[in-house]
Design a protein around this ligand. Structure first.
Ligand code: FES
Length: 338
């Protein structure tokens, strides 16, 4: 077996006998430009800096340095050093700006809109994201704002956003006005490192997903991704709002709980009407009153910095370590270490 060295990263991959360069890269979960996979389109050219290869089609033997070979049909005859433009590392998704079609707009309650977008079909370099990541909406005026993706990546090109219109905010009004009155919008994605991947997740990890207001979008993406991949981790959802009328999507979390015995859901309001049957209080305190054992637990905080850090503090007091909690807040609003 020969060793393939990627010269710009110094990563070394072991090539199986008779394996093409492209097949080896994909086995290691790298991603590169490719289309026909049979030596015709030539989109998969790489630069051979050192070593010998046999290209199957067009059939030809090449020796480095400096020649270009087709990764989809080239097989190593020695150890190789190659340079690949635009190679994407395993697990790292490329951030792309794309124009999406706005396929549906719908008002879900007094100030939250559901916006459905369709990502463009971009062939071998389709846009991808992980459950829980967010995107930036880029307006023609140069204004931009971030929104969690509410759909699971398992939905393919269809993306859902939950956008709260804050009438007092010029930015919020500009975003909503554009989305309601235009056929398309430019977005930049994926963003954020608070996400879940069903593959590789241990089945016995308890998930505590805590969302305030439209932070529910991030939770929805994660839950739908785990359910789509038949994961049975215990999932406890806490969704908080100021009052009952701030919720939306009818009883979606309750439906998950009815249909999946490993899912529980609790709605929490700060101000309760007489007919309210959920919990009343502040989200962190309600979570803490329910969960007394944080071992083998991952907590997701989707909300304002105030809520997320209050949640972190009460969970740490109950024995959780900071490493057991993920939130986008930690990246965009870091606080000094204690
Ligand atoms: S993918 Fe078309 S030539 Fe390699």
């Amino acid at each position: 077996m020969y060793v393939l060295t990627l010269t710009d990263t110094e990563q070394r991959l072991v090539l199986q006998p008779g394996e093409t360069i492209l097949a080896a890269l994909e086995r290691y979960r790298y991603r590169m430009r490719r289309s026909c996979r049979n030596g015709v389109c030539e989109i998969c050219q790489v630069q051979l800096l050192q070593g010998d290869v046999q290209q199957r089609y067009p059939a030809e033997r090449f020796s480095g340095p400096g020649v270009r070979v087709l990764a989809c049909t080239a097989v190593a005859l020695s150890d190789l050093h190659i340079l690949i433009e635009g190679l994407e590392m395993p697990g790292v998704l490329a951030v792309k700006k794309v124009v999406c079609e706005i396929t549906q707009t719908e008002k879900l309650n007094h100030d939250v809109y559901r916006i459905r977008l369709q990502l463009p079909a971009t062939g071998s370099h389709a846009v991808e994201y992980y459950a829980g990541q967010y995107l930036n909406i880029l307006l023609p005026s140069g204004k931009q704002a971030s929104f969690s993706i509410a759909s699971a990546p398992d939905m393919g090109r269809d993306i859902e956003l939950h956008i709260r219109h804050m009438a007092e905010s010029e930015m919020s009004s500009a975003i909503v006005e554009h989305l309601l009155n235009n056929p398309s919008v430019e977005v930049e994605l994926p963003q954020g490192d608070c996400y879940l991947q069903a593959t590789g997740m241990k089945d016995d990890t308890q998930l505590v997903l805590v969302a305030a207001s439209t932070g529910f979008a991030q939770v929805k993406s994660m839950v739908e991704h785990l359910l789509a991949n038949q994961h049975h981790n215990p999932i406890h959802i806490y969704w908080g709002a100021r009052s009952q009328e701030d919720f939306y999507l009818d009883d979606l979390p309750e439906q998950w709980a009815r249909e999946h015995t490993h899912v529980t859901t609790t709605r929490v309001v700060e101000e309760a009407a007489a007919d309210w049957s959920g919990s009343v209080g502040l989200l962190p305190q309600v979570v803490l009153s329910d969960i007394d054992d944080f071992s083998n637990t991952l907590v997701i905080g989707a909300g304002s910095p105030g809520m997320v850090y209050a949640l972190l503090d009460v969970c740490e007091e109950a024995g959780m370590s900071e490493a057991q909690m993920k939130s986008d807040v930690f990246a965009y609003a870091p606080r000094p270490k204690k």
